[in-house]
Design a protein around this ligand. Structure first.
Ligand code: NOJ
Length: 725
């Protein structure tokens, strides 16, 4: 539909119909009984709904769209939206896991596949990607983001937006992304969900905004403000960030969609007296679509009467929504993409294979003493113990609305398929949560004693993760700790598989006890097979942590991008920054992860020693596989600016790269680094580039010991002052 037609449509709309377009309803529209006056069908029929969330599938979508097209006055099609965070029917690893793959192609591919499935189910919009950088495992929603680093989240944003919106060949297989939650939701106080966010402007600009900037640059269709406030300004009313920054400075032209009931929640936030004030604040801030609070429908007619908002402001929002529907192709193809056959892992085998690959790439082997993995042929009898061993449902993670847990592969099944020659005994030994099961522990110990080794599968259930799932002690549940102690006491070699949604704060004995530890954040439909592949040695692990695993809760936040401080940490100096009762760094940090191969790095080299603004330098390093297995190395490039106007993090990630190498093979990895990448926010949060030295660290993790350093100098031509000339 062209601009003129959209304007013509707006000119025909009543206020109720305009506010209807601005309202999103959570509903099912296949009616099986008598209807009430507020029934969703009635609301659609009266033009009071513009789009529907949490509805998918052939019958539902067809019926809802039929009502919109046949029974409403203006016949404007509905759009349908669902949270497709890590897959639609085929479920991929949770974002925190997939980020550990450090693989942009993978991130893009799984988004495109999810878009393909969701559009076949009639969906047009997803509330993803979630881009809340987070450094706090207490927050349940940490599982939805790409970890602790701004650059990783930004790269993840670009890949996901492109995968959802622009990758599939047919336009009807593309899904509009809504990047969320703008902004800094990941910094909620103490990791308590919905709590206040009080961070510096510097943290906002350096850490939390860049992923959203990347999403906007990639052309994301929508942005969702977070439930929270920032420094006292509720995000759903934050004109400074939503209008002045997002719309005006960044030039964002898509729709801004509120979070669920978030406009109404401006009242309990204490910034709006009633629903009228809430609606005014949200509209003035720039929110186009009200998800489920009813504030626009109820509040804006009164606000208009009182002169608190104008019809032009309402029309601006309606125009954006109609433009979005037009870009989706809904006016021409209201049932775009919809098919009767249910798309998913049983009907699209390529997606199932891709989910297995994604799950394998997301696994992080963090400990492997004496090469316990891959399992040697001498291991004949294996005891698979723990409440997560046979937990199909938990593998699916928090956002799997259309996913079918019956399709998910448990760890036990995956091991049975991969280890056909071995005897596998299975004993749960404990529940996921709740009191210790003494009889269960006794059976587990007996099974361990009768085996050559134990695979101990501990973790969380899906309800422990995601929204409203904050924990002050994100650690193993007591019943699982009792089980682990008893199993360790048998003295059998243990592989601990941690099937969690977030970093767990492990007791030291629990990290020390097992010979090998595999971090298996919920891996989705194919989780179990991926684990089987790694344990059997059919896949050489390549995942690296995108999030630090602290030693103690009291260290939080702990991440690789800390600053030097005026008293840098020095183990020999008591008056340097440190803890008396814990190390300063995490137990396992950013980039940590093992492979069955060994990789060695040569010396890093730069193509020129000095660059000026806008110039690019090549930074190269030789990587050699000195191990006996073919494998995939992950190489990170960090920088550090040792002298600047503002204190700088000790390391800032600028790029990452994979290299597949056969035993004995070497390759030269070359990164391009532009001087603009050394810019940092000045005191006005404008990007600033200083003359002077930059240290470049290339390595296999964020640990200095794994890195090679090379330096470069920035020298900008002096500014010519024309007046003086
Ligand atoms: C609330 C969540 O905060 C948001 O992420 C999600 O998209 C909406 N509910 C809709 O399900």
């Amino acid at each position: 539909m062209n601009t003129d037609k959209i304007e013509h449509l707006i000119s025909q709309m009543t206020l109720t119909e305009k506010l209807g377009q601005m309202s999103m309803l959570a509903a099912s529209l296949v009616v099986t009984g008598p209807v009430s006056p507020r029934d969703p069908v009635m609301l659609v029929r009266e033009g009071r709904v513009g789009g529907i969330l949490n509805t998918w599938g052939y019958d539902e979508i067809r019926e809802a769209q039929r009502v919109a097209l046949e029974e409403t006055r203006l016949k404007i099609p509905l759009y349908f939206s669902v949270d497709v965070l890590h897959g639609h029917r085929t479920i991929y690893p949770i974002p925190l896991a997939e980020a550990c793959a450090f693989d942009r192609d993978l991130w893009l591919r799984t988004a495109a596949e999810a878009a393909d499935e969701a559009t076949r189910d009639g969906i047009h919009m997803t509330f993803a990607p979630m881009l809340d950088v987070c450094r706090d495992p207490r927050w349940g929603r940490i599982c939805e983001c790409a970890g602790e680093d701004a650059y990783v989240n930004a790269e993840y944003a670009r890949a996901k937006v492109t995968g959802f919106q622009n990758t599939n060949d047919h336009p009807h297989r593309r899904l509009a992304g809504v990047a969320k939650h703008f902004v800094a939701y990941g910094a909620v106080t103490a990791g308590r969900d919905y709590a206040e966010v009080d961070i510096s402007r510097r943290a906002l600009h350096e850490v939390y905004l860049p992923p959203f900037k990347a999403a906007v640059e990639a052309g994301v269709a929508g942005i969702m403000p977070s439930f929270t406030d920032i420094a006292g300004i509720a995000m759903s009313a934050h004109r400074g960030l939503l209008h002045d920054l997002l719309r005006v400075k960044w030039g964002f032209i898509g729709v801004i969609v509120s979070d669920y009931n978030a406009i109404g929640e401006l009242i309990p936030h204490g910034v709006a007296q009633d629903i009228v004030e809430a609606a005014v604040l949200a509209l003035k801030a720039g929110i186009d679509i009200d998800m489920m609070s009813g504030a626009y429908e109820q509040g804006l007619p009164i606000a208009l009467e009182r002169g608190l908002v104008t019809m032009q402001e309402i029309d601006t929002a309606v125009r954006r929504i109609l433009q979005m529907k037009s870009a989706m192709g809904l006016f021409e193809y209201p049932l775009r993409g919809l098919q009767q056959e249910i798309p998913g892992p049983d009907t699209i085998p390529a997606h199932r294979a891709s989910a297995r690959d994604a799950a394998r790439r997301s696994l992080v082997l963090i400990k492997n003493e004496d090469g316990l993995l891959p399992l040697s042929n001498d291991v004949r009898r294996i005891a698979v113990i723990g409440p997560l061993a046979d937990a199909q449902s938990e593998m699916m993670g928090p956002w799997c609305m259309a996913g079918d847990e019956q399709q998910a592969i448990s760890i036990l099944q995956g091991l049975r398929e991969s280890l056909r020659a071995q005897d596998i005994a299975h004993v749960p030994g404990a529940n996921i949560d709740g009191p210790a099961d003494l009889a269960g522990i006794a059976s587990a110990v007996a099974a361990a004693q009768a085996s050559d080794m134990v695979v101990l599968c501990l973790g969380e259930n899906r309800q422990h993760t995601g929204e409203a799932a904050s924990r002050t002690l994100p650690r193993p549940f007591n019943c699982q700790m009792e089980l682990a102690k008893a199993v360790f006491e048998t003295g059998k070699p243990v592989l601990l598989v941690l099937a969690t949604s977030r970093p767990w704060i492990l007791p030291d004995w629990m990290a020390a006890g097992p010979r090998a530890i595999l971090i298996a954040l919920f891996g989705g439909t194919e989780a179990g097979r991926a684990i089987g592949d790694v344990v059997a040695g059919d896949y050489n692990p390549t995942g690296r942590l995108c999030i630090s695993w602290p030693y103690r809760t009291g260290q939080i936040p702990v991440h690789y991008g800390m600053r030097s401080t005026g008293r840098p940490h020095d183990p020999n100096n008591g008056f340097s920054t440190s803890f008396l009762d814990a190390p300063i760094g995490p137990r396992w940090g950013f980039g940590d992860g093992l492979s069955y191969s060994q990789f060695e790095l040569g010396e890093a080299q730069v193509s020129k020693p000095v660059i000026s603004a806008e110039e690019t330098v090549d930074v190269s390093i030789e990587i050699a596989n000195t191990g006996a297995h073919s494998g995939e190395a992950t190489i990170f490039m960090f920088t550090h600016d040792p002298v600047a106007l503002a204190t700088r993090p000790l390391l800032e990630l600028k790029d990452f790269r994979k290299a597949v190498l056969a035993p004995g093979q070497r390759t030269l990895a070359t990164f391009q680094l532009n001087a603009n990448q050394f810019r940092y926010p000045d005191f006005n949060m404008e990007p600033r580039l200083d003359n002077g030295r930059i240290n470049i660290f290339i390595g296999t993790s964020a640990r200095r010991i794994d890195q090679k350093c090379v330096t470069i100098d920035v020298l900008q031509p002096p500014v010519v002052n024309d007046d003086a000339a």
